[in-house]
Design a binder for this molecule. Structure first.
Ligand code: CA
Length: 230
């Protein structure tokens, strides 16, 4: 049975989350205060933490950051704050995902399950970086053979397109700036022509997306960069 810690000061929301998760056999604990929640997250063994952003004593950003410093368990941020900047801050501080209130409880359960199974796969495979295959929502990336398939149909990517896609997909939900991606894929320390990254993302999307206006794999985080959505 997976153990979930909910850090949420709105009692009704915390109870709603708990009720739904318990329906799916999760063992759920609730803390209403940021500091108390953080202490429990650090001292006890939870499989996943669901954290609100606006909390008494210590806010959700700080909670994410402090948990991430010592633990690699999935952290799911649930908040009423809709601004993208908050979304990004949460993700940059180590949260794995973000749900905006109001949300459907079944969506919450689905995301919790998805993150737990991904985490279990990562733990089982050691670092997660060694997995030869990445397979999600119709895309299959064979890192050893360097081949990409969409619903079974092979797509031909250039070397750098493949490197960029494989890197993003190997670090799902992590937001990378264009500078970071340029440095990572093109191996240059100096600030190069980061427009190269934009051009490559565009070309990858043309090859792997059904509708490039609504990409389902690589998401643009406006003003920041890109992430591979899980
Ligand atoms: Ca709150």
């Amino acid at each position: 049975m997976s153990k979930v810690l909910i850090i949420e000061d709105e009692q009704a929301i915390a109870e709603l989350e708990k009720d739904y998760l318990e329906l799916y056999d999760f063992e759920v604990s609730i803390e209403h205060d940021g500091q108390k929640g953080l202490d429990r997250a650090l001292l006890e063994n939870y499989d996943i933490v669901i954290v609100d952003l606006m909390l008494p004593s210590v806010d959700g950003f700080e909670v994410c950051k402090r948990i991430r410093e010592v633990k690699d368990i999935p952290i799911l941020v649930v908040s009423a704050k809709k601004e993208d900047i908050d979304k990004i801050r949460g993700l940059e501080l180590g949260a794995d995902d973000y749900i905006t209130k109001p949300f459907s409880p079944s969506e919450l359960v689905a995301r919790v399950k998805a993150h737990l199974s991904r985490y279990e796969r990562l733990v089982k495979s050691g670092t997660g970086q060694e997995n030869a295959f990445i397979e999600i929502r119709g895309i299959k990336i064979d890192k050893t053979a360097r081949r990409v398939f969409i619903n079974g149909e092979e797509k031909i990517l250039t070397t750098k397109e493949f490197d960029l896609l494989a890197f993003l997909a190997s670090n799902p939900n992590h937001v990378y700036t264009k500078e970071e991606l340029f440095k990572q894929i093109w191996n240059m320390d100096s600030i190069g022509d980061i427009a190269t990254v934009t051009v490559h993302i565009k070309k990858i999307r043309e090859k792997i997306e059904l509708n490039t206006a609504k990409p389902q794999y690589i998401e643009t985080i406006w003003g920041v960069g890109y992430r591979f959505k899980v």
